[in-house]
Each structure stands twice: as C-alpha cells, then as structure tokens.
Design a protein around this ligand. Sequence first.
Ligand SMILES: N[C@@H](CCC[C@H](N)C(=O)O)C(=O)O
Length: 259
Amino acid sequence: MKINFFKYQATGNDFIIINNIEKSFFLNEKIIKNLCNRNLGIGADGLILIEKNKKYDFYMKYYNSDGKEGSMCGNGGRCSVHFAKKIGILNKTNTLFKSIDGYHYASIKQNIVSLNMKNVELVKVYPEHIYINTGSPHHILFKEKINNINVYKEGKKIRFNQKYIKTGVNVNFVKINKNILNVRTYERGVENETFSCGTGVTASAIAAYHIKKILYNKIIVKTLGGTLQVKFEKLLKSYKKIFLKGEVNFVYKGIINTL
Ligand SMILES: N[C@@H](CCC[C@H](N)C(=O)O)C(=O)O
C-alpha cells in the first residue's frame, strides 16, 4: 500500500501529516515510531492523521515520535490547519477543528497560523516550578540562563520523577529577557529536547504573566527554531482567549510504501 505524506515544520517542531479523511488505512505504534525515526524513517517529532469529524472541519489525531497517541500539540495543530487548506479540506481562512482536548478555532494568512488554545482554569505555583495544562501537561522552570542547560539530562530527570511517573510531563526551561521569553523544552513522547513546543510556549507565557514576571498579556517567545507570539485574557483565576501565533512551513511531500 502507498500512503501520501506531507512533511511540515513550525519553528523547528516537525511533523509527518497524512490525510486520512477516508479512513483508508491504519498505522500501528511500531510503524509510526519507525516513520518518525530520523535514521530508519522520514524523521519527525510527531505524526498527524487528519480525519473526518461530523461537527467540525476535521479531526487532528496526534502521535508523538514514540508511536503513542499524545495530548494536544500546538505547533502540530497550526501545521494541520495549513495542510487542510493546502489539500482543499478547508476552502476558507478560518476553521473550527477538533483534537483530543476539544475543539479549536484557528485562522490562517499565508503561512502564519493563529490557533486558539484551550482555556487554562488552573495554574499551580510551587516554590521551584509552575505546572500548567494547555492541552498537554507542562512543568515550567524559570532560570537566569538557559543556553548552557543540558535540557535532555535535566528534563528527563523531571519527566521521569516519581511525581509524574503515571502521566509524564513536558519540561520547559524559561529565561525572561525584558518582556521576551526564551524557552527550551524537553518533550514527553519524543523523550528529548525539540526545537519548539507550542503548548509549552503557551504555558510558559501564561506562567510568566501569572507570577507577574511579565506584565503584558501579549508575549513574544523565542525558541531554538524561531519566534512565536502568545496572547490571552485573564478572568479571575483562569486564562481564556489564548492564541498561539507564528509561521508554519510545508517542507516536502512523498510516498510511504507500507508492507
Ligand atoms: N510539540 C507539541 C507538544 C506535543 C505533545 C507532547 N509531546 C505530549 O504528548 O505531551 C506542541 O507543539 O505543543
């Protein structure tokens, strides 16, 4: 069987995206893991299947590169909108699509996609870190410097800590530079540092605002792979109208030969 795939990246977070609107194939954990492997397959941080949904424009099914279904992916969601428009699933410049954490509104203008993230009802502030779920779980640490951190080693320690043993967590190392954030993320399911993590960038911006390290609700966030913008509104203790905005890029397309 031959399956067409599209390779995308958004601030360096890269994905294999496949149109499965017709539900014409099934990819198991081993196949997805191999396709995402940078030596054995195409190579990507995750794989996305675009499926049909009765109520919304499409359903985004997200798998981490370990082959397991992940939670919400902010950058993957943004790439999915571009992909849906490119292949004609969408014929307008805005959409409502569904993913594991509910439905999302997004708008697209050329290769800039702005994605409405799920509301954040709870920000847990601990003495050393902040925990926020932006569709995916995030552990956030503010640091004076992040250039010299071994994100793989330090992130892995926290991700596999007893506290997170059941569910796992993504770990963000954040530096505040005036009103701009620099974020490096260890991603659960990739089990390594990625160039960027959309839900992590969103969580980091909300965390910085929540503890009043930044006083603006529209924040520029720099990752290893590029720059994103996060804006939101605070209502009592919760955060609503959260938008993650930035570039997405279609890289190439190809054909997968399955056995
Ligand atoms: N890269 C993603 C986050 C993907 C989900 C995550 N790895 C998990 O399942 O915990 C993003 O851009 O948000």
